[in-house]
Design a protein around this ligand. Sequence first.
Ligand SMILES: [Zn+2]
Length: 316
Amino acid sequence: MRIAERVTFGGSGLNRAAELRRDPQALAAALDRGGVLPVWRGKPLIAGNAAGWVPAGHPVLAHAGTMVFLGIDDGVPRFAADISDWSPEAGAEAVEAGFFDPSVQRHPALDEGFGFAELRGVMTELSARDAELAATAKAVLHWHRSHAFCATCGARSEPAQGGWQRDCAACGAHHFPRTDPVVIMLVTRGNSVLLGRSPAWPEGMYSLLAGFVEPGETLEAAVRREVFEEAGIRCGEVGYLASQPWPFPASLMFGARAEALDEAITVDPQELEHALWVTREEMVAVMAGLHPVIKPARRGAIAHFILENWLADRLD
Ligand SMILES: [Zn+2]
């Protein structure tokens, strides 16, 4: 797909300057002249429609834990810091339950224009560069929070290499940030596309089927297995469309297209609440928000991107 990288989080060509990661002195000097993106419990600091950069030493970083070097952005070194130990004032906590947390937390050391916000809510407003930086920050810091102990021996491990590695002093093991591959597929039959919905989703929301790739599986095999497991439909030819880093919390989405060999749907109720074939004409109404029942996937998600470009005939 020629326009694959136009997807949200599609990459901005950030110079990650990996050679600096192994040079603590150079990293310290870079931090002095760079900017830091504070991330609070998975929510990056946002200022309007941009990432909220602060200088090293800013009071908002008083609770900073792990620091990660993200790269060099137009000559400016960029870092991310986990400030999850900070507690907002009572009543301003994040909404823990539910599909999407619309709350924004303000920090007393920052003016009103800054707030910690869920990345899903602002991802389409950020520049491609800020989107890449914020997604990277969120994903790597989540990995540090969830992998504090060595998977080999259980001892506490320590960040290394500018935050791109964790080392275990007890057994010598090195650990690297995880990215979990997920396939998400445009399954078509003639003029129709297969959509499904999970029970936990907001009412009326339908999207492309998706699932984690298993060890020992190709992407193509994962597409065929997931579609058969979830909807009872066999797929023929499978082709690659586009990919999207999806830091909720640690996925890499592989967008694929597949031709269905069957029409009759048999839903696995453990995985899906409902699945159905939607014609191209109906899909136009869905994407325009005019369909009486079906609501589309969120703008910014690769499902929305693929469906929009399928309708516009831009999958080549
Ligand atoms: Zn160990």
